[in-house]
Design a protein around this ligand. Structure first.
Ligand SMILES: *Cc1c(COP(=O)(O)O)cnc(C)c1O
Length: 454
């Protein structure tokens, strides 16, 4: 074992005090969200759903935005997060590459999601909001928001996709422990929910349905707003603390990454690690930046760049994004957080402009990489995170074949201790790969063929 450090740590006072807003540096302006009438929406149109201070942030093109002190104060419970050198993984792979990972699994909820949940709860409270609604798929976002609302001091209600609600009872207990209410979606407490239940009483639910329910409840009360854990510009912004810290950590050891890798569901942890490095590339660096996704839900690699809505009931504006179609029902792969039909407009945009690459991976390759990681580094990664690890393994193998000492940085978006069923299925040989059939993609896209063109 070399004498180089295993963990590169920052002091609390070295935490970034501003977020990086990539909207200041895009090669072309981000296409505007459209209303149902096909015209660009106005900030007021979003006011029943989000507080105005967050809407302003969503539209801001200022490059650096101050992180409020009370947010920094809560983030300091686990930030700065450690940057690890994965020496044992390097040895296991017999690669000349240096592998680093940013461990976002150290937050109280176990993933990167509290980075934005704390900020969103804070801005809502500042605006006078008493109650937040949201949806959750696998439960990570619901837990992150529940924890953040409790620390900030507002109430929280989570609509959890029914199939996960039934399969992951401990996620609900986690949310309850942090004082939030969690109910299965579709529920009989909303119009949308009742309509879907009437047609399909035994539906497993979907993220798209749960979003519709959470928005419906939020817009009905003056003191209530809705919160989204990924996809939107302000969420990408809040996550940039990850990459900004990584840059300071690399500066400490006099190194810079050649390759930056993150998994992408809605795009937030990927944006968090990569946008500050895209900023470097715009200013002359030459870093390869790769977003990875499941081949069962291949939004970036096979979804067209179109205007589509973020939910099933089309309550959200039309967003310019890579999408598999808002009615897409994803196959039941274990990386629950990577099963969304769309992708953040900002991540979609930087892919369109050639600033990043995208890669789709089979789930068995990902679990194999996750086990190799657990066997060498100890930590058990979230199934989502395993998609970043599998790509890292591919790049480390290529470095060996080419005899090059590449420096790889991956975002380790969360731990898998609440998501062990997938490991169980993989280790007992029950997991199969599921490349999305072309026919299913065609069917899903047929429903959005009349949407406005970008
Ligand atoms: C939610 C989640 C993801 C996917 O969401 P993004 O917005 O794409 O980051 C990835 N990893 C973990 C651990 C998650 O909880």
């Amino acid at each position: 074992m070399s004498s180089e450090p295993t963990k590169i740590l920052l002091n609390e006072d070295e935490m970034p005090r501003q977020w990086y807003n990539i909207q200041a540096d895009l090669p072309a302006p981000l296409p505007l969200p459209l209303g149902a009438d096909g015209n660009p929406i106005k900030p007021e149109d979003l006011a029943p759903v989000f507080p105005m201070n967050i809407i302003e942030q969503e539209l801001s093109t200022e490059r650096w935005i101050d992180i409020p002190e009370p947010v920094l104060d809560i983030l300091s419970l686990w930030r700065p997060s450690p940057l690890y050198r994965a020496k044992r993984l390097e040895q296991a792979l017999d690669t000349p590459a240096k592998i680093y990972y940013k461990n976002e699994g150290v937050s109280p909820a176990g993933s990167h999601k509290p980075n934005t949940a704390v900020a969103q709860a804070y801005y809502n409270k500042e605006f006078g909001i008493k109650y937040l609604t949201t949806e959750t798929g696998a439960g990570q976002w619901g837990s992150a928001l529940a924890m953040s609302c409790k620390l900030i001091g507002i109430a929280c209600k989570v609509y959890m996709v029914r199939i996960s609600f039934e399969h992951k009872p401990f996620r609900k207990v986690m949310m309850n422990t942090w004082g939030a209410e969690c109910i299965p979606s579709p529920s009989d407490t909303t119009e949308v929910g009742r309509r879907i239940l009437a047609k399909q009483p035994d539906t497993p639910g979907s993220l798209g349905i749960a979003i519709s329910e959470a928005i419906e409840e939020a817009v009905q009360r003056e003191d209530t707003r809705y919160s989204l854990g990924s996809v939107l510009n302000h969420v990408m912004l809040h996550q940039t603390v990850i990459g900004l810290e990584a840059q300071k950590q690399f500066a400490k050891i006099g190194e810079t990454p050649d390759i930056v890798i993150g998994c992408a569901g809605g795009g937030s942890n990927f944006a968090g690690i990569s946008f500050p490095y895209i900023h470097d590339n715009i200013n002359g660096s030459d870093i390869r930046i790769i977003a990875t996704e499941p081949e069962a839900c291949p939004t970036l690699t096979r979804g067209p760049y179109i205007y589509d809505s973020g939910d099933v009931a089309k309550m959200t504006p039309l967003l310019a994004m890579h999408s598999l179609g808002h009615g897409f029902i994803p196959p039941a792969i274990h990386a629950g957080g990577l099963r969304y039909h769309g992708m953040a407009p900002l991540v979609s945009h930087v892919l369109e402009h050639g600033l990043i690459e995208a890669s789709a991976l089979p789930q068995t390759e990902c679990y194999k990489a996750a086990l190799l990681f657990a066997h060498s580094e100890g930590f058990i990664p979230a199934p989502e995170t395993s998609h970043a690890i599998a790509q890292t393994v591919r790049e480390a193998n290529r470095a060996r074949e080419e005899g090059k000492e590449k420096v790889i940085l991956m975002n380790w978006s969360g731990h898998g201790l609440m998501d062990l069923q997938g490991y169980d299925a993989f280790m007992s040989g029950k997991l199969e790969d599921y490349p999305l059939p072309e026919e299913l993609l065609k069917q899903s896209l047929a429903a959005v063929k009349d949407h406005p063109k970008i």
